[in-house]
Design a binder for this molecule. Sequence first.
Ligand SMILES: O=C1C[C@@](O)(C(=O)O)C[C@@H](O)[C@@H]1O
Length: 161
Amino acid sequence: MTTVLVAAAPERARPGSGRIASSAGGGAPEASSGLRSELMALGGTVHDGDLTVEFRQTDDEAELIHWLGRAVESGWGVVLDPTGFTHYSYALRDAAAAVTEAGLPLIEVHLGNPGARDDGGRSSVISAVSTGVIAGLGFDSYRFAVQAAAARVRAGVAARA
Ligand SMILES: O=C1C[C@@](O)(C(=O)O)C[C@@H](O)[C@@H]1O
């Protein structure tokens, strides 16, 4: 059994979310407000063959950190959508680092493209400790990230490319 935890911060942790959706050449068209909620409405646990995907969303940074700790204890791969925590949360970064240091994959995802923000794109403090980053592809960011995490859990590798 392969388990991937999709842990997401909510829309409202996302400064200027409308701006990302509408910026020319910026976020993917799908990255409109509400998509993340739709995705999380899938909610709970989805089974697909040997793969179990757990979707969880919270506006509580401490809860996100707790979930990453559970992933380490349980041997789960992680897809982390840090939204507004992306640019400053060293607490979340440390929790993410614990996942990859445990030999488990942590894929950072963004529906939009942070590099295309009107403010020039602030950097992510998570990326340096994540296995990889998928951004700007709307819902496909999640799809590809889950695939990447599951493949790495199955292969027992979390190494960066
Ligand atoms: O909150 C967000 C949303 C975001 O994570 C995205 O998915 O487009 C991109 C981040 O730069 C921003 O802070």
